[in-house]
Design a protein around this ligand. Structure first.
Ligand code: SAH
Length: 405
């Protein structure tokens, strides 16, 4: 990716409350020429940062220094980057910025789950969820404003689709969570795992997602290992192959049905990439020896739709020759969904069928339901093809405005 294209996409119109009072980067006009607009360094991976510094006549190690300042230490003022020369700091203050999306709302669940609403621009608010457990903290990150895939049981789909998130907007969610968790009560874990399971289909925003993952996995930034970063897809087959050739991360596939007729209905993308093709892509993904040896298959449990014993047998058969782990997700309801959650007995029965066939099966405990932060409940507010200003107003009202935010 060239720096010019990155700078164009990465300078959103909003401001960030933690930026200093100099106001320099705040005055950037949207639509300014890419040559003169400050480059948002938050969205640059190490390679791109090295190119950026080379163009300034600086040595490549500047990229590592600056990655550490931005992502590890959370610094947004170039003046504070004391291991850079004064001249370079001044130059960066003029030509670059460090700009995360603006936090416009925050909610905490009784179970400790936290959800942040992030304003990307005038028309788009997305959501990010932090799920703390005893020994780990998982951040559920969004990759698109809305989603184009239209899965029938997912709240995000109802919002329609507006646009891809920039690399800075994707990695910015992790950056912001880090800042927010600095003041969390003692004993709260930090972010140890990232799942791309928020709003959007990550593989339909391929380049920005891959760059964001590179930053998340860079030892000078967040240093997350390949087992700690999971990309979830509905099954964009060609992009799964491209991912395999590009980056080593953990993969989750949202399956939800083991027969084409049913999956066509639940995940319309199946009409384009039916199960035989999807499973082929999964097998290819697992071919490389050095890779993680399993794929996680997500399966939402919908009462009387996909939760029978024969559905379970069909799933076991489909996965018989693939190293697989199954994650059963009890359906999380939302207004007007038209589906119900399977009962606990049906879920147990389904899990047993898989376990008897030696398929590791875990039932995901819904987290953050009281703040609509559970799987499939993320909606945000997206300036979408079906336009829903009334939803936007409701969302704004439901979030407690941060003081001065
Ligand atoms: N588009 C990607 C990333 C989203 S991940 C994908 O489909 O994998 C979000 C996960 O939650 C997916 O497995 C999705 O199918 C599931 N999900 C969506 N709506 C849900 C709901 N209402 N209840 C439970 N899980 C849901």
């Amino acid at each position: 990716m060239t720096i010019a294209s990155n700078s164009r996409e990465s300078v959103p119109g909003g401001t960030h409350p933690s930026l200093g009072r100099s106001g320099r980067v705040r005055r950037v006009a949207l639509g300014a020429s890419p040559r003169t607009a400050p480059v948002n360094l938050l969205g640059l991976s190490r390679d791109t940062l090295e190119t950026f510094f080379a163009e300034l006549g600086e040595r490549p190690y500047r990229a590592r220094q600056v990655l550490k300042w931005i992502h590890d230490r959370g610094v947004t003022e170039f003046a504070a980057m004391t291991d850079l020369s004064r001249e370079l700091r001044d130059r960066l203050s003029r030509e670059a910025c460090i700009l995360a999306p603006e936090v416009c709302g925050e909610q905490s669940s009784s179970d400790g789950t936290r959800k942040w609403a992030l304003r990307l621009d005038a028309g788009n608010v997305i959501e990010t969820v932090f799920i703390p457990e005893k020994s780990r903290g998982t951040l559920c990150v969004s990759t698109q404003a809305g989603c184009a895939l239209d899965c029938t049981f997912c709240a995000t789909a109802r919002q329609g689709f507006n646009r891809n998130l920039s690399t800075a907007e994707i990695v910015g969610q992790l950056w912001l969570a880090g800042r927010a968790l600095e003041t969390a009560p003692p004993g709260t874990p930090g972010v140890t795992n990232v799942v791309l399971m928020g709003m959007g289909e990550p593989l339909l925003n391929f380049n920005n997602v891959v760059d964001a993952l590179r930053i998340m996995m860079d030892d000078f930034a967040y240093g997350l290992g390949k087992r700690k970063v999971t990309l979830s897809t509905s099954g964009v087959v060609p992009a799964m192959d491209r991912l395999r050739e590009t980056l080593d991360v953990s993969l989750a596939v949202s399956l939800h049905a083991a027969a084409d007729a049913l999956r066509d209905r639940l995940v319309p993308l199946n009409r384009k990439y039916p199960l035989a093709e999807l499973m082929g892509a999964c097998r290819r993904f697992l071919q490389d020896k050095h890779r993680k040896h399993t794929i996680t298959f997500e399966y939402v449990m919908l009462k009387d739709v996909n939760d029978s014993v024969s559905n379970a047998r069909a799933l076991a058969k489909l996965l018989a020759d693939i190293p697989a782990k199954v994650n059963l997700i009890p359906f999380n309801p939302f207004e007007g969904a038209g589906f119900e959650r399977s009962g606990p007995d049906a879920i147990d029965r389904f899990a047993r069928v898989l376990q008897e066939r030696r398929i590791t099966t875990i039932t995901r405990r819904p987290r953050g339901q009281d703040i609509d932060a559970a799987c499939g409940q993320l909606a945000g507010a997206v300036d979408d093809r079906s336009r829903r200003p009334e939803h936007f107003a409701r969302l704004e009202a439901s979030f407690q405005q941060r003081a001065g935010g």
